[in-house]
Design a protein around this ligand. Structure first.
Ligand SMILES: Cc1cc2nc3c(=O)[nH]c(=O)nc-3n(C[C@H](O)[C@H](O)[C@H](O)COP(=O)(O)OP(=O)(O)OC[C@H]3O[C@@H](n4cnc5c(N)ncnc54)[C@H](O)[C@@H]3O)c2cc1C
Length: 400
């Protein structure tokens, strides 16, 4: 399919080291691709595995356990690794234009850059909230929050002071992250002999309920749990302004406002603007429109997978499980494209199992009408997640 001078290998450029590309790289390491030179460009050398992020925040895993070492994985795949941020694509010249000024050539391009936060608060408001996306940037903000909580717990006049944390977004990620942060900070307060009651928690969502894509039973379970853990729930609250130490929202009962020392933003995301600005086909949320072969609509040489891609015929929720599942068909199609063979179609599953942890080494399993909760669910999730990460830590001998 690509059009290099004969004899020259094709340049495959993988943009972003997300959940799909790590699978592609592993596949290429296990079964090297002849006739192609592969480059991975990522703005971070460590790729976070989202399934274990709440467990990292809760203190169950350390940083290395929840991150994939991209340069090492690229070496295993025989790929070149470049640390840079792609800011645009020149489709005519077949170049990826990087923030640093670097220009990376490609014959086949694959994009797996995740999603960017949608913070509709204006520039001044947005500066006062902490977006969880990109998750590669969240760690720094989380460590800063942890430090702030520790300082407060040990300050001289501490007994009189509270720390109020608001999470904006009532989907699985928002609920899971709040419960993880709460467990961790309570432990820190207990360790420092400070009263955990001085930590105040709010969860705000514009929807009429939390976890809108889950069953009534799962929603009830989490509403009860949040109430037990002293989290104030604000349903139907569309946050529309923020400043230093406050958030404001519009809701069915009119406008509301609360004082919040920290506001974590975990709402629906959108596609990076450079995708649209590069002239690629995007949907209303700025995500790349892809067909069943994972090629971007109208582009024979450009593929996309993960959160940044929106499947035209099979729209699905944004979730890491889909990004992971796209990895193998994507690797296969890159292989077929190099060989000039017909591409294969991919159809994502309609229902998927969500394992939502509750911060205390318990979790809830949710799939359609089925749900189950308990310590064993967390152990099951932990086993699945660790097994996934082992695939990148214990890399087999590379085949020539
Ligand atoms: C707290 C939390 C918990 C979650 N838990 C789960 C869960 O349990 N199960 C589940 O299925 N989903 C979960 N999700 C959703 C999940 O995070 C996403 O669906 C998943 O990360 C999407 O994977 P991706 O590969 O598309 O993108 P990402 O994981 O975001 O990876 C994109 C990569 O590309 C890199 N990148 C971005 N832009 C550029 C650029 N311009 N140039 C170069 N590199 C770039 C980034 O550094 C990043 O490493 C959770 C999300 C959150 C926030």
């Amino acid at each position: 399919m690509p059009s290099r001078e004969s004899g020259e290998p094709d340049e495959i450029l993988l943009v972003g080291g997300g959940h799909s590309h790590v699978i592609v790289l592993r596949e290429l390491g296990l079964r090297p691709l002849a006739g192609a030179r592969v480059t991975l460009v990522s703005n971070a050398a460590r790729s976070p595995y989202s399934g274990m992020l709440p467990g990292y925040v809760a203190g169950h895993y350390d940083f290395a356990q929840v991150h994939i070492d991209l340069p090492r994985l690229a070496a295993f795949a025989g790929a070149h690794f470049v640390t840079d941020e792609v800011a645009g694509i020149d489709r005519a010249a077949r170049l990826a234009l990087c923030r640093s000024g670097r220009r990376l050539p490609w014959d086949l391009l694959s994009i797996n850059v995740g999603a960017t936060p949608r913070i509709e608060l204006g520039a001044t408001g947005a500066a006062h909230v902490v977006p969880v996306k990109p998750i590669s940037g969240f760690n720094e903000r989380w460590l800063a929050l942890l430090q702030r909580a520790r300082r407060l717990a040990t300050a001289g006049d501490a007994a009189a002071r509270t720390l109020t944390i608001a999470v904006v977004g009532g989907g699985a990620a928002g609920v899971e992250l709040l419960l993880a942060m709460q467990c961790r900070l309570r432990q820190e307060f207990a360790r420092l002999r400070a009263d955990p009651q001085r930590l105040r928690w709010h969860l705000l969502t514009r929807d009429p309920d939390i976890l809108p894509t889950h069953s009534r039973r799962v929603r009830q379970h989490f509403r009860r749990l949040l109430a037990e853990r002293g989290v104030r729930l604000h349903l139907g609250a569309a946050v529309d302004a923020a400043g230093a130490g406050w958030l404001q929202w519009q809701g069915p009962g009119g406008a509301g406002r609360l004082a919040a020392d920290e506001a974590i933003w975990v709402t629906r995301a959108r596609g990076a603007t450079w995708l649209r600005d590069s002239g690629l086909a995007v949907d209303g949320d700025g995500f790349l429109r892809v067909g069943d072969t994972l090629q971007v609509a109208g582009e024979a040489h450009i593929f996309a997978a993960g959160d940044c891609a929106s499947m035209i015929h099979h729209p699905r929720e944004k979730a890491g499980v889909f990004a992971v599942r796209m990895g193998r068909p994507l690797a296969e199609n890159l292989r077929r494209a190099v060989a000039g063979r017909a591409l294969v179609g991919y159809r994502p599953q309609r229902r998927w199992l969500a394992l939502i942890s509750t911060g205390d080494r318990r979790a809830v399993a949710s799939r359609g009408a089925f749900s189950a909760a308990g310590r064993w669910v967390w152990h099951w999730k932990d086993w699945i997640d660790r097994r996934f990460m082992r695939r990148f830590a214990d890399l087999p001998e590379r085949r020539k």
